[in-house]
Write a protein that binds this ligand. Structure first.
Ligand code: PGA
Length: 262
């Protein structure tokens, strides 16, 4: 909870390489021009482009002028190397300049049948490779209607993290993302998100020593966040940041969100 605020842009697979390069350069330009530049330097701003654009964007980020923005990936595999055709090695992502990796996004759980066990294995390997996992958990609308939201969240958090211990330098981000809200354009209320984040914190305290929870774990909210509602989420004590999808595809809008939370 004492951690820096974080804002993560998830570009999914919406942009080609040229568009991704253009968007990242625009984001960097608006950040540089912002009159909140100093404050912006105190939050973590992470861009997660599609895999095919990572290399090009990594080169842009490596140029010294723009070292404030951090590169992240949208997934990785649970092995570093070997016979795993088509998979993405976490160690290669690290070599490419990625610091963060989104894991267990609901779109992967739904479309690719990614299980809690797979997410758990990916978290372990990502940490070993020096990446910071952004672990996505969230209930479906049906689960919420059946009164199972707390149960689902606690279960996903436990299965993702049980048996994993964090070294003092290792960090994780847990993103609460109600599945039914993602891409809907209608976020849940900040109070609801705060309640769920408290539930997640409680589980983190069961799983890790308190000092690790306070210093190495950030719990954030994701799902239809934009510049009009972002502040109401991050102003709450238990919400350390946001994971943004569609609203992160417009440079001005995204930088507005960064400014709103710093
Ligand atoms: P959204 O996506 O902001 O478009 O709802 C969030 C996400 O997929 O992480």
């Amino acid at each position: 909870m004492k951690n820096k605020k974080i804002i993560i842009a998830n570009w999914k697979i919406d942009l080609d390489i040229k568009e991704s390069k253009r968007l990242s350069v625009q984001v960097l330009k608006y950040l540089k021009k912002s009159n909140k530049k100093r404050k912006l330097a105190k939050i973590d701003i992470v861009l997660c482009p599609g895999f095919t654009s990572l290399s090009a964007i990594s080169k842009i980020f490596k140029s010294k002028v723009f070292k404030k923005v951090i590169l992240g990936a949208q997934d990785c595999f649970w092995e570093d190397k070997g016979d795993f055709t088509g998979e993405i090695s976490p160690i290669r992502l690290k070599q490419l300049g990625c610091k963060y990796v989104i894991l267990g996004h609901s779109e992967r759980r739904q479309n690719l049948a990614e299980t809690d066990d797979m997410v758990h294995k990916k978290i372990k390997t990502a940490l070993k490779s020096g990446l910071i996992p952004i672990i996505c958990i969230g209930e479906t609308l049906d689960e919420r209607r059946r009164g199972l939201k707390d149960y689902v969240i606690l279960n996903q958090a436990s299965k993702a993290l049980a048996g994993i211990s964090l070294k003092p330098k290792q960090k994780i981000v847990v993103a609460y993302e109600p599945v039914w809200v993602i891409g809907s354009g209608r976020a849940i209320t900040p109070e609801e998100a705060e309640y769920m984040n408290k539930v997640i914190y409680q589980r983190m305290i069961d799983l890790f020593p308190l000092s690790i929870v306070q210093n190495n774990i950030r719990v954030i909210y994701g799902g239809s966040v934009d510049s009009s509602n972002v502040k109401s989420f991050v102003d709450l004590q238990t919400i350390n940041g946001v994971l943004v999808g569609s609203a992160s595809l417009k440079a001005k809008e995204f930088v507005k969100m960064c400014e709103a939370i710093c």
